[in-house]
Design a protein. Sequence first.
Length: 362
Amino acid sequence: MMNSNYAVIMAGGVGSRFWPMSTRNMPKQFLDVMGCGETLIQQTFRRIKSVCPVDNIYIVTNLDYKATCLSQIPEINESNVLCEPVRRNTAPCIAYASYKIFAKDNNARMIVLPSDHLILNENEFVNTIMLCLEKSEKKNSLITLGINPTGPETGYGYIQYLPEENVGMSLIRKVKTFTEKPDRKTAIQFISSGDFLWNSGIFIWKAKSIISAIKYYLSDMHEIFHEGIDLYNTNNESKFIDRVFPMCKNISIDYGVLEKSMDVYVCPSKFGWSDIGTWGSLSNHIEKDVNNNSQTSKSIHFYDSVNNIVRVSRDKLCVIQGLDGYIVVETDKVLLICKKQDEQNVKDIVKDLSLQYGEEYV
């Protein structure tokens, strides 16, 4: 059965909330943000090899990052690195991979996951994936992994579940609602209610199940990709994708399918997850001093300062005096100083800087 397990690693994002360390030329999935000797995409690839053969692992990215993917993941076949000609969010990305995989194996079971997430308990992660793969065989289930929230984060999507459906060794619940990135007041209400989870963006389903859902809820997209059913896994595939992919609607799989389908389930999971989407989320996983300051170098010195996140080059002496709750990040071209409470604004700042300076600094 493992030979019918396929993984799709989504690696086309730019990680703009993690700027200025993550840039368009080198986004965070290709960075060793934890200082552990592996980039995030290398960790993701190594982790998913436990549940499917290397030949069944696909990376969806764009042409700008293809060489980096092949350099960082030398085990993968070049033909397994799929290039989107334009960015169109996750629905077209997942649709492309699903139709391609189904053309190869109509019994395929898929794990779809981002390339830039942190998983601390890898054994528990693998056990959760295997449980969900088994569940996906029994029904046309579309399963997402939900994370027990540890605080009212406003940068994550939330999933509300129904109190039902005990499956096997774990409780897999039917989804009631999806909410994308609520404000803080709403997030506090969600956590208080006790029936909400964070949406990890990790999905498990059979290829034929997600294709059926795309056909029903995104019929235009189905027509686009179904047209190439005889071209996938041939020399004509790339030319076909370059032609039709730009026709796709820019929409996430959550909005396009999961929020509408009645066959969506969530598996509450506890494997030490973070999307490392912001500096604040990174600080939860790196060492802090007695004043809750996170730092990545011994050359950083704090005086009368608390609750800060500081990252500067290792060869630079840095002194922080009198700051409370700030992010300070230095790269070769950029210095960011931002209140931690305002870090969700970084994405908008990057857009503004792009308009002013082009891509030189972003």
